[in-house]
Design a protein around this ligand. Structure first.
Ligand code: GLP
Length: 241
């Protein structure tokens, strides 16, 4: 594992964006696995900025997102589909047909999961997967206790995740109770993984994930078993490492 320490959130975001741009410059038709949450916002902002300056071209890139709330349509302002459009896709030259995310309103959930796995396999797998870290060590929406052996599936969100994510919703009752997520097996099949984390509130879990035992109770700890992981954090998140 490589660890890069950013002086602050902006520096962390710039470093992460540099790593993603290097991936796209070296392989213009890369498949990028994308994440939501507040952590990647600065990374997306930086990539948009470089794209607008003509430094990075996404025209051959394909993206697959990690997760989506079950029950939310892509037009819902709280859906991850909407988040991605607002914060990234609509500002770069990615062709909409090459941006993928589970459909929160799919009639048949099992079928939706299977189609998503087939889609990822069909485009040749993920070259670089960007990951944020939940406060409880979740990756995507793979909550503590999740099996390491699952592809895309539906999960029940933990109380801690509902609590952490309610800040994006008007009322706590509006936070969906379940979500689609790539499984840990899908994530581990990515050729390269880029984890980003900022803030002192992520320092304990980051230490547990990367220096504690590999255990389903800390889903991100599985990343210790991957052979190409890059961790980019700000000084606060990395303060215990
Ligand atoms: C959500 C997402 C995760 C994300 C996590 C951390 O629950 N499903 O993919 O990594 O939140 O969010 P934040 O970056 O806001 O701390």
């Amino acid at each position: 594992m490589r660890v890069y320490r950013g002086t602050d959130y902006n520096d962390m975001s710039r470093k992460a964006a540099n790593i993603l741009s290097a991936q796209v410059i070296l392989k213009p038709n890369s498949v990028l696995g994308l994440a939501t949450g507040s952590t990647p916002l600065g990374t997306y902002k930086q990539l948009i900025d470089w794209h607008q300056k003509g430094d990075i071209d996404f025209s051959d890139v394909t993206t697959v997102n990690l997760d989506e709330y079950a029950g939310l349509s892509k037009y819902d302002v709280n859906s991850y589909h909407y988040f991605m459009k607002q914060n990234f896709w609509d500002h770069v030259n990615i062709s909409p047909e090459r941006t993928h995310i589970p459909d929160g309103t799919a009639a048949d959930a099992e079928d939706e999961c299977l189609s998503y796995d087939n889609l990822i396999a069909g485009i040749g797998g993920i070259d670089m997967q960007l990951l944020g870290l939940g406060n409880n060590g979740h990756i995507g929406f793979n909550e503590p206790g999740a099996s390491f052996d699952k592809d895309t599936h539906i999960v029940k969100l933990s109380d801690m995740t509902i609590e952490a994510n309610k800040r994006f919703f008007e009322r706590e009752e509006d936070v969906p109770r379940s979500a689609y997520t790539m499984g840990i097996k899908s994530i581990m099949q990515s050729r390269r993984i880029l984890v980003i984390a900022n803030g002192v509130h992520k320092s304990e879990i980051l230490k547990k994930a990367f220096f504690g035992p590999v255990t389903p109770s800390v889903p991100a700890s599985v990343l210790q078993l991957h052979n190409d992981v890059t961790l980019v954090g700000d000084v606060e998140a990395l303060s215990l490492i």
